[in-house]
Design a protein around this ligand. Structure first.
Ligand code: NAP
Ligand code: ZN
Ligand code: ZN
Length: 350
């Protein structure tokens, strides 16, 4: 077994603290990754604080992982020692169900092994995430990081990047399309960069009026503060596509009205309570309300290659491991510019 040092939480709402555990020795198709960086996704907070009601403790969160390969199993063909790799939200799946065969491993009918707060495919070994020094993973569930992207700023692509790329891709954001991003946080800022690179006209709808200059710098063409009720009248029917990245419940009906006929609003943020939707919001304008969950392995690689080609990474605030609890509190206040990333070297030195 391999010794790992992580940051874990032991109870809902308890602070995270250093935690020693072990990773498996590499099997024939496994690689061992020396973790260099891990992003802090709002989903880490939802789960560490048991806001979704399915937390298992101790929990080492983290699913925006980048690092370097240090060992390869005898039958590994895709990676070699020294390669720059990433791991996202899941580390395994059944590989035989329809979803897995179609490349939608995140929807595996037999249950994907999520990177933490989940179980390996043996259905009994708990998974532990990337706020840790080392990870053993099957090579088929690792991703290649393009050479031109720095590992720290590339880490958030593994969740925030693919979660926004996938619906932008599916709903064909591109030249001539008007795309709105509700919320300029970790997901939102990646969505702005990617939609802009795809050639769409991008609008940010934010409840933080001070983010306007950042939104424009990140690639948005327009910015509206949602505190101004006027915008919900003036922007009626304005957008082809809206991505909702807000981490709490907001009135989706108000935003559905901003879609053109046949426009789609994709829910990405996962609030802890259900939000009522009126039939009128959908019927008037034949609008579509849908959702999206991260992306499969091949689409995640496609996203990384797209980001490599367009030189897209996340705007990050690099923190030492002992600042994780503080970072959680700042994310809760929408005070993140625009993703916290943990420098795992500081954990090794602790
Ligand atoms: P984040 O960095 O905290 O960003 C969320 C943004 O939502 C905030 O920056 C803020 O933007 C806006 N917001 C927060 N509170 C609000 C409120 N009361 N009213 C209106 N807007 C508010 O979080 P994230 O990491 O991007 O994650 C966002 C959500 O997506 C979380 O629920 C997370 O669990 C979920 N998620 C889903 C997937 C998926 O596959 N579907 C993947 C990853 C994460 P402004 O300040 O600009 O308003
Ligand atoms: Zn995430
Ligand atoms: Zn499957």
């Amino acid at each position: 077994m391999l010794d790992a040092l992580g940051y874990a939480t032991h109870a809902a709402k308890a602070p995270l603290s250093p935690y020693k555990f072990q990773r498996r020795d590499p099997r024939a198709r496994d690689i061992v990754i020396d973790i260099k960086y891990c992003g802090i996704c709002h989903s880490d907070i939802h789960q560490a604080r048991d806001e979704w009601g399915r937390a298992n403790f101790p929990m080492v969160p983290g699913h925006e992982i980048t690092g370097v390969v240090t060992q390869v199993g005898a039958k590994v063909t895709k990676y070699k020692v020294g390669d720059k790799v990433g791991v996202g939200c899941f580390v395994d799946s059944c590989r035989v169900c329809d979803c897995c065969k179609k490349g939608f491993e995140q929807f595996c009918s037999n249950g994907a092994s999520f990177t933490y707060n989940g179980l390996e495919q043996d259905k009994k070994t708990p998974t532990m995430g990337g706020y840790s020094t080392v990870l053993t993973v099957d090579e088929d569930y690792a991703l290649r990081i393009p050479a031109n992207l720095p590992l720290a700023a590339a880490a958030p692509l593994l969740c925030a990047g693919i979660t926004t790329y996938s619906p932008l891709n599916r709903w064909k954001a591109g030249p001539g399309k008007k795309v709105a991003m509700i919320g300029l946080g970790g997901l939102g800022h990646m969505g702005v960069k990617i939609a802009h690179a795809m050639g769409a006209e991008v609008t940010v709808l934010s409840h933080s009026p001070k983010k306007e200059a950042d939104a424009k710098r990140l690639g948005a063409d327009h910015f509206y503060a949602t505190a101004d009720p006027e915008i919900f009248a003036s922007l009626q029917g304005a957008f082809d596509l809206i991505l909702c990245t807000v981490s709490t419940g907001i009135d989706w009906n108000q935003y559905l009205n901003l879609l053109k006929i046949d426009g789609a609003m994709v829910l990405l943020g996962i609030p802890d309570k259900d939000v009522p939707v009126g039939a009128r919001s959908l019927i008037m304008g034949r609008r579509i309300l849908t959702g999206s969950l991260i992306g499969g392995i091949s689409e995640t690689q496609e996203m990384l290659d797209f980001c490599g080609k367009h030189n897209i990474t996340s705007d990050i605030e690099l923190i030492s491991a002992d600042k994780i609890n503080e970072a959680y509190d700042r994310v809760m206040k929408s005070d993140v510019r625009y993703r916290f990333v943990i420098d795992i070297a500081t954990l090794k030195a602790a």
